[in-house]
Design a protein around this ligand. Structure first.
Ligand code: DC
Length: 221
C-alpha cells in the first residue's frame, strides 16, 4: 500500500505523515529532505544553484538514505547524518531552487519510486500523488491558511531562535508558495483524485485520525 501526502510548506505534512507511518508500521519517506540534501551538497561543493548541469550531476551522484533513529528517522547523505542541518530555512530556500531543475527531479523521482517499490510506505512532498505514484492507494492534499502555517512555523523555530519574527516567516512562506506553485516542472497542484484536508482549525491528532479513517483497515501484504 502506498499513501501519498502532498501540500504546501507548513501544512503539517511531515508531522502527520510520520505519525501515520508509525501507527501503520509503514516506512516513511520525506521527499523534501532529498531536494534539501542536493542543495546542501551543491553548496558544500561551491556549485551555483542555477548551474543546471552541475547541479544535475550532484543529484546523480548523491546517496540519500533514510535510517531509523532514536526519536525520528535519520537522513543520511553520503553516509553523513544531516537530519538537523537540512531543516534550516536557508536550505529550504536553496532546495526550492534545485527542485525546479528538471534533471534533478527526474533522478529524485526515480529514487523515490524505487524506495516505495516494496510497498507499505507513506511518502510526503509536492508531487507524490501526481508524478511519483499516480496510482497510490490513498492520496491526501493538506492545506492550511498561510497565516496559520506561518504561526506554526514561528512557534517551532522560536524555540531555537527566539529573535525570529512572525512577519519574516510569513514573508518567506509566501515566497516558497509562489516558487512551488509557479515552477515549470511539476508545480504544486493537487492530484484530481486526492482527498483535500484543510488543517487550519484542526489539531494534529484530529488530522491523523481523519486520515486513518480514510485509509481504513490495512492488511499486511
Ligand atoms: O517540504 P520541504 O520544505 O522540505 O521541501 C523543500 C523544497 O523541495 C520545497 O521548495 C519544495 C521542494 N519539493 C518538491 O519540489 N517536491 C517534493 N516532492 C518535495 C519537496
Amino acid at each position: 500500500m502506498i499513501i501519498a501526502i502532498d501540500g504546501p510548506a507548513g501544512s503539517g505534512k511531515s508531522t502527520v505523515a510520520r505519525l501515520i507511518a508509525s501507527r501503520l508500521d509503514f516506512k516513511y519517506i520525506e521527499t523534501g529532505s532529498m531536494y534539501r540534501a542536493v542543495a546542501w551538497k551543491a553548496e558544500r561543493l561551491g556549485i551555483a544553484l542555477d548551474d543546471h548541469e552541475r547541479i544535475a550531476e550532484v543529484a546523480r551522484n548523491i546517496i540519500i538514505e533514510f535510517q531509523p533513529g532514536e526519536e525520528r528517522q535519520k537522513v543520511m547523505v553520503d553516509g553523513e547524518d544531516l537530519t538537523a542541518l537540512l531543516k534550516t530555512e536557508t536550505i529550504g530556500r536553496s532546495a526550492a531552487i534545485v527542485a525546479a531543475n528538471r534533471d534533478v527531479r527526474d533522478v529524485m523521482v526515480k529514487q523515490q519510486q524505487q524506495m516505495g517499490q516494496s510497498g507499505n510506505v507513506v511518502m510526503d512532498g509536492r508531487d507524490i500523488g501526481t508524478v511519483v505514484f499516480p496510482n497510490a492507494d490513498k492520496k491526501f492534499f493538506l492545506v492550511a491558511d498561510r497565516k496559520e502555517r506561518a504561526q506554526r512555523r514561528h512557534e517551532e523555530i522560536r524555540v531555537k531562535n527566539p529573535e525570529i519574527k512572525y512577519e519574516k516567516i510569513l514573508e518567506q512562506l509566501q515566497q516558497r508558495d509562489h516558487e512551488d506553485e509557479n515552477r515549470k516542472v511539476s508545480p504544486l497542484v493537487p492530484a484530481k483524485d486526492s482527498i483535500r484536508l484543510d488543517t487550519t482549525q484542526l489539531s494534529i491528532e484530529e488530522v491523523v485520525n481523519r486520515m486513518l479513517e480514510e485509509i481504513g483497515p490495512v492488511h499486511s501484504q
